[in-house]
Structures are given as structure tokens and as C-alpha cells.
Design a protein. Structure first.
Lengths: 64, 530
């Protein structure tokens, strides 16, 4: 049973997107990759559910 | 470099002059910690054991240095635990650094009241020496040095062995052969068994050095320190001013060049500055995580590194081997004495394969963290380290070796609980220890009162205790007094409760009320006849 929510949950999708854009503005590819990796770890822990993480990985890799 | 610490004399055995090969109930190959523990445990159970080893000396290099609480409890039952603790360095604090900055520290023994510490550090040869001395006190153990196994011929009810000695070869037979002959097991090779798994590319340097230093007694692990850029480093204290240094060298390192004293000294100087030290032992290794598919092959039983191999970070090699030995010893003794059928040996395989898989799993995860396989894996690992100072979850993800704890066996030998129990004790796990006062007024620990036999631990409730054939009974409240109240807590003990312990001190059944029929059935089940 799918636990990963893919419907919009954010009140303002555009604002969230801009936050992610601004976080990487001016960063090199390397620096941005480091940032994204830390974000993945922080958000994965915040979600705190391995099933959700597994589903998200599968969806992101196109193997779901 | 230090030479071997202890040498032992080769002696000609009667078997070498016998006309026909002599049959022994048990032959153990390999007098390392695992083979010695197996031989002593069997010897104490009255089983005659021939223990052979191809060398006549121990002590070339420190090798294994970390001995876990459960291993020490086993050694205590075998009669050397207190000696090892007195000789060793007791520690429980670990620190992890990123660069030169402390990111995380941990305490390995979160609860008190145990006789044995979480860990001691002691050179493997000192453990072996204590066990060799102990084996010498047991009449049923025949320890033969300079006896090299060269032939193994399995039969239905025995194994025929060919042994080479300084006087030439001889043959003997073993009703049971315990192969404790290490990662390069001759027994395994002779039987043509596949030892499969993963070998990791990264090479690691171990240097044991002698140095007067007032560093605290703790395990220190660095990721990417300034003295050893881009790699990991470990430092750990041993007795006698000896320190274990373990440096990651990466996959490209030249094994011959890296072992030269000049090269090692230069690396260590970057770490230790101008502090004077001398080299005791140097070794280069790669991680291996592998095991035999089966540990029992007819009358040949594999234990320790001969059966399974893991990386050293986590202290899972020698410790799991000693726990193999204790798991096997009582079962084999029961089978040889006719108290159990050969099926009980299958439970050794089931329980210790569970333990080996746990160890290999932990070891593989540690290796993935310490030595990432690619740049992107390294990025992920470094992100965990970077977050660690500010995020607790990331500190918990740091894996510099998850240190060995006893496996909780998921085993048919346990009788499933029909009553509800809290506390920290678990079916299939060793009994938790606690301080007690014995009948003679001595302050000690519960583990010392649990013999290496089937034992019923009961909680006094005013009823007259019943004797049960083949069971030792230890009463909490009569034989042992729960002075700190920790037994009640850890066992969730209430008056009248009864706990059945296997001869390896593992809990295999428990009830709120004494019931003779249920106790006898549970014991039958624990002997593989349930």
C-alpha cells in the first residue's frame, strides 16, 4: 500500500520551489550536490518512515 | 619487532606408536581462542578432547584485541574471566572525530550491575596463554603442538585425519571434528568447501606500537583527520603501553611498500608528532565478509573464522568465534553422552548462522560507511559527518563499527512465552547479570551462580521447592538474594516465576508459575527433542 504522498501538500508550491532554487543559486555543481545530499538526510529523518523513503527512492529512480 | 611470547614443546603422542589409528570422541583443529574455548568447555563437561595446532608458539602480533562482555562471561565460566579482566584494559567510551573535531562520543555499558565490563582490550596471545594454561589443568584435554592437519577423510560416523609432526605423519580418527583452524582453514580446503562473500578493495594498515602516552582509555576513530588526509584512522589502548593504530590506506596502496618500517614510521609520526614509539607488529589487510553455506558437514563442525569472516571494526571475529564454541560445546557433549540426538547439532548451525549473518550485515554496513565505494557514496557519508555536530540523528548514523553484542537466537530450542514478561531478558538471549548475595553471605553476581548445565531459576514464593531430575535449581530469595533489586527488574521476576536456562546460560523458557510438566517439556525441546 502506497504511503508516499504525491499530491500537493505545500500551501504554496511556487514558494517551496523558489526556496530550493535560491538555496542553490550561485553554487557549483559540487556544492549543490553536497547541499542536496544533506537535505535528503534531514528530510528522510524528518519523515521517519523507511517505507516512505523506499517508495520515494523507487519513484525518483523510475523503478516504481 | 617482538618475537613470539610463548613457546610450547612438541611431545610424541601414544597415537603415533599405535598400530591402528586411534578413535577419539572429539578432535579440535586449531589452538586459537576459539579452539581452546571449545576444548575447555568440552573438557569441563567430561568429554575427552584432542586439540592439535600446527605451531608451537603464540604471540607473533597482537591480532584480536577487543573482548566483549559475553565473551568474558563465557571465559569466566571456563575459569579465566577474572584473570583476563585483571590483565586487560577496561573501556567503554568511544569517540568519533571528523577532521580533528569531535563529533560524537558513546558509552557502551548503559546499565550497571554486571560482573563483566562491556569490553576489555587485551592482546590475543594473552587470552590464548590464559586458555592454554587452563586447558593444562583439565585432564581430559590432550593438547598437541606441532601437529599439522594434512588429510581429512569424512566417513558416516567419524572422520579420519592425517597429521604431520616433526616425527613424521600419523593417522587418527575423530567421532567429531571441530574445525577451528581459522580464516585459511585447512579442513575447509580439504573438504573443498566454498567460502563465499565479499572482499572489499580498500587496504588497511595495523600498527601496534609501544609508547608512553597519557591519552585517555577510549576508542578513538577519525574520519579524514589532518594527519591522514582523506582516510580513516583508529587508535585503541592495550595493556603494557601498547597502542593499536589502524590506518585506512585506500584501494591503490602497495602492500609490500606500506609494510616497511620506514614507511609505517613516517605515517605514525604524522599522527603522533615527536612522541617516541617503537613498532611491535605491522599487518596489512583487506575486509572480508564471507561464510560457509553450512557449518555442519556430517561429523565435521566449523567454528570461528573457519566458518565465517568479518571486518575487524566491531570486534566480531574472535568474539563470535568464542560464542560459536560455547554454543557447540554443550550440544556436542549432550549428543556424545546420549542425552540428545544428533539433531541438536543442527541447532548449532541454525543459531550460529543467524549470528554470523548479523555480524556480516553489521560489518558490511560499517565497511560501506568507512570505505565508500564511489564518489557519490562518499558524498553521502560526508554529508552525515557534516550534519553530525548539529543533528542527533546524523550522529546515530555514523558507523565506525557497531560493537559486538550477543545474538538473541530465534530458535526452535526456545519454548514460546505463554505468559507476558517485561524487563530486559529475552528468550534466546544470555541471562542478564545482576549483583546478588549468596547463601554463604558472599557478594557476587548472578552469572557466577549459574552453572554450565540446565538450570531452573525460580523466584521464592513460600512453596517447598521441588527437585527435578537433570536440572539444577537456583532460587532467587534463597540461594541468591537480589540485593540491588535489579534481578526483579531485568527478569520481570514475580514470586513463583521460573526461568529455564540452557547450559550456555541462554534463557529458553519462562513461566509465571512452576509447572513440572511444562518445565520437563521445555527441557526436552531445548535438547532438540521437542
Amino acid at each position: 500500500m502506497a504511503k508516499l504522498i504525491t499530491q500537493l501538500q505545500l500551501a504554496d508550491a511556487d514558494a517551496a520551489y523558489v526556496a530550493l532554487v535560491e538555496a542553490r543559486r550561485g553554487l557549483s555543481v559540487e556544492e549543490a550536490a553536497d547541499l542536496d545530499t544533506k537535505l535528503v538526510l534531514l528530510l528522510a529523518n524528518h519523515i521517519g518512515d523507511l517505507d516512505v523513503l523506499d517508495e520515494a527512492i523507487a519513484l525518483a529512480k523510475g523503478t516504481e | 619487532m617482538a618475537a613470539s611470547r610463548y613457546t610450547f614443546a612438541y611431545r610424541r603422542a601414544h597415537d603415533q606408536d599405535a598400530r591402528a589409528a586411534v578413535r577419539h570422541p572429539v578432535v579440535v583443529v586449531g589452538a586459537g581462542p576459539v579452539g581452546l574455548a571449545a576444548a575447555i568447555d568440552l573438557g569441563l563437561r567430561g568429554i575427552a578432547v584432542v586439540l592439535i595446532d600446527d605451531a608451537d608458539r603464540i604471540g607473533e602480533g597482537s591480532r584480536g584485541i577487543c573482548w566483549s562482555k559475553r565473551t568474558l562471561e563465557i571465559c569466566d565460566r571456563l575459569g579465566v574471566g577474572e584473570k583476563l579482566v585483571a590483565q586487560g584494559v577496561t573501556w567503554k567510551l568511544g569517540k568519533v572525530f571528523r577532521g580533528d573535531e569531535l563529533v560524537f562520543s558513546f558509552d557502551l555499558l548503559p546499565e550497571g550491575g554486571h560482573k563483566m565490563p562491556a569490553f576489555i582490550n587485551l592482546q590475543q596471545f594473552q587470552v590464548e596463554k590464559a586458555l592454554v594454561d587452563r586447558a593444562g589443568e583439565i585432564e581430559t584435554i590432550d593438547l598437541r603442538w606441532k601437529n599439522r592437519l594434512i588429510g581429512v577423510e569424512p566417513h558416516n560416523d567419524h572422520v579420519r585425519l592425517t597429521i604431520d609432526t616433526p616425527d613424521g605423519p600419523y593417522a587418527m580418527e575423530a567421532s567429531w571434528l571441530i574445525a577451528a583452524d581459522g580464516a585459511r582453514s585447512t579442513t575447509r580446503d580439504r573438504l573443498g568447501l566454498n567460502f563465499s562473500g565479499v572482499t572489499f578493495e580498500d587496504k588497511f594498515l595495523i600498527a601496534d606500537i609501544k609508547m608512553a602516552a597519557d591519552f585517555p582509555t577510549e576508542r578513538r576513530f577519525w574520519f579524514d583527520p589532518s594527519f591522514h588526509s582523506g582516510q580513516s584512522a583508529l587508535m585503541h589502548r592495550q595493556p603494557d603501553n601498547v597502542w593499536r593504530i589502524d590506518l585506512q590506506l585506500g584501494p591503490e596502496a602497495d602492500v609490500m611498500e606500506e609494510q616497511t618500517p620506514e614507511r609505517v614510521t613516517a605515517r605514525l609520526k604524522r599522527m603522533l608528532g615527536e612522541r617516541a614509539f617503537s613498532l611491535e607488529w605491522i599487518s596489512i589487510y583487506r575486509f572480508n565478509c564471507r561464510r560457509l553455506e553450512r557449518f555442519v558437514h556430517g561429523r565435521v563442525v566449523f567454528v570461528g573464522d573457519a566458518a565465517h569472516q568479518v571486518s575487524p571494526f566491531g570486534a566480531r571475529g574472535a568474539n563470535s568465534g568464542v560464542q560459536d564454541a560455547e554454543n557447540l560445546a554443550w550440544k556436542l557433549a549432550a549428543v556424545i553422552k546420549g542425552e540428545a540426538g544428533p539433531a541438536l547439532i543442527d541447532s548449532y548451525e541454525r543459531e550460529r548462522i543467524q549470528a554470523a549473518d548479523e555480524n556480516i550485515g553489521h560489518s558490511t554496513r560499517s565497511t560501506d560507511f568507512i570505505a565508500p565505494h564511489s564518489d557519490s557514496e562518499r558524498r553521502l557519508r560526508n554529508a552525515v559527518l557534516a550534519l553530525a555536530p548539529r543533528a542527533e540523528f546524523a550522529r546515530r548514523m555514523i558507523n565506525s563499527g557497531r560493537l559486538s553484542v550477543a545474538t538473541v537466537y530465534d530458535t526452535p530450542l526456545s519454548t514460546p512465552d505463554e505468559d507476558v514478561f517485561g524487563g530486559s531478558s529475552r528468550l534466546g538471549a544470555p541471562l542478564p547479570d545482576a549483583p546478588v548475595r549468596t547463601r554463604d553471605g558472599r557478594e557476587g553476581h548472578l552469572m557466577e551462580s549459574i552453572p554450565g548445565a540446565f538450570t531452573l531459576l525460580t523466584v521464592k514464593d513460600g512453596a517447598v521447592p521441588q527437585a527435578l531430575p537433570g536440572l539444577q535449581v537456583v532460587s532467587i530469595g534463597e540461594d541468591v538474594i537480589d540485593t540491588a533489586g535489579l534481578l526483579a527488574q531485568r527478569l520481570d521476576a514475580t514470586p513463583g516465576a521460573a526461568y529455564l536456562l540452557r547450559p550456555d546460560q541462554h534463557l529458553c523458557a519462562r513461566w509465571r508459575r512452576f509447572d513440572r510438566g511444562k518445565i520437563e517439556a521445555a527441557k526436552e525441546r531445548a535438547l532438540g527433542r521437542g
